[in-house]
Write a protein that binds this ligand. Structure first.
Ligand code: SAM
Ligand code: GLN
Length: 291
């Protein structure tokens, strides 16, 4: 085997991006750079710099890059190939069996962090219901280090990913539980300042178009009954029991579900229900306060 090659990184990236674009991937050039970064153990900026300085790929690197491109062209999620998903300042470990954290959930995390940081207590308590990889809970634990966080996850596969991330990224203020948010936190009744959740909220018949989501995110992370709001109905009632007076609930939902979520929260007894838009002006987070 030769380590010399005439293939430049620039040419490999162009060819890889063309394969990904042909497979229907929108940000094909970005994904090609991120896969090259993974294979070459560089940052994305490092890849861009290496292109400018005319770096070549040896045959092993070229083969590894081609293999990664081929998997991505089969619409395996980028994050399953790299094993990593960025979330705020974190790099979470992810793979088959766990929901890949989404950038829009960073906004929910911001509401929860701001509310938790403002609680006038030396050790306020927050919960994350359906923690998946642990994204929201670990962001809370690391960005509000004086707080205590309890996260719960029902899926055994997802729980394993969360446990790995919690061990690697947190420092003793996050407790992870394996069970259902319907009843796994009964010992925390009336003690919680912030109830945060990105629950399943996709209506049963709204099958996601992207194969990455449809084929690779766990079903139990996505679907929640006919209107997608079954888990939010449960979480509203459970949250009311967990929160103390003045405590806040912060929920992610689909862009057309704001009114439905506010109605559920208000009829259960939450007050000041308000829906907040993401950076693309879509209603994606609703907050409310326990009277
Ligand atoms: N919070 C993570 C995030 O934002 O990336 C994961 C969100 S994913 C959309 C919803 C998660 O809730 C999945 O991991 C799913 O397994 C979990 N889940 C669904 N029903 C649950 C229940 N009754 N109790 C605990 N976890 C549940
Ligand atoms: N936003 C997710 C999607 O891409 C759905 C997440 C959820 O149900 N919490 O389909």
């Amino acid at each position: 085997m030769t380590t010399d090659s005439t293939l430049t990184l620039r040419a490999a990236l162009q060819a890889g991006a063309a394969v990904l674009a042909e497979a229907g991937i929108l940000d094909a050039a970005v994904d090609a750079e991120l896969l090259a970064a993974h294979v070459l153990e560089l940052s994305r900026g490092g890849v861009q710099a290496a292109v400018v300085t005319g770096r070549d790929l040896n045959s092993q690197e070229a083969a590894a890059f081609d293999a990664a491109i081929a998997r991505r062209a089969e619409r395996v999620p980028l994050q399953h190939i790299t094993g990593r998903a960025p979330f705020r300042h974190l790099e979470l470990s992810v793979g088959p069996g766990v929901f890949v954290p989404r950038p829009e959930t960073e906004i929910l995390a911001q509401f929860a962090i701001d509310a938790l940081a403002a609680v006038p207590s030396p050790r306020p308590l927050a919960v994350d219901l359906g923690t998946g990889s642990g994204a929201i809970a670990i962001a809370l634990a690391t960005e509000v280090p004086h707080a205590r966080i309890v996260a719960v996850e029902r899926s055994a596969d997802a729980y394993r990913w969360a446990a790995r991330n919690v061990a690697r990224l947190t420092d003793g203020n996050l407790e992870l539980r394996h069970g259902s948010f319907a009843d796994a936190l009964d010992d925390l009744n009336a003690q919680v300042s912030v109830v945060a959740s990105n629950p399943p909220y996709v209506p049963a018949d709204a099958i996601p178009r992207d194969p990455e989501v449809r084929l690779h995110d766990p079903r139990e992370a996505l679907y929640s009954g006919e209107d997608g709001l079954d888990d939010i109905r449960t979480i509203s009632r459970v949250g009311l029991r967990l929160a103390h007076s003045g405590g806040m609930i912060v929920l992610e939902h689909g862009e057309w579900q704001g009114q439905g979520v506010r109605d559920i929260l208000t009829s259960d007894g939450w007050v000041a229900a308000a829906t907040h838009a993401d950076l693309t002006h879509r209603d994606r987070v609703t907050t409310a306060v326990r009277p």
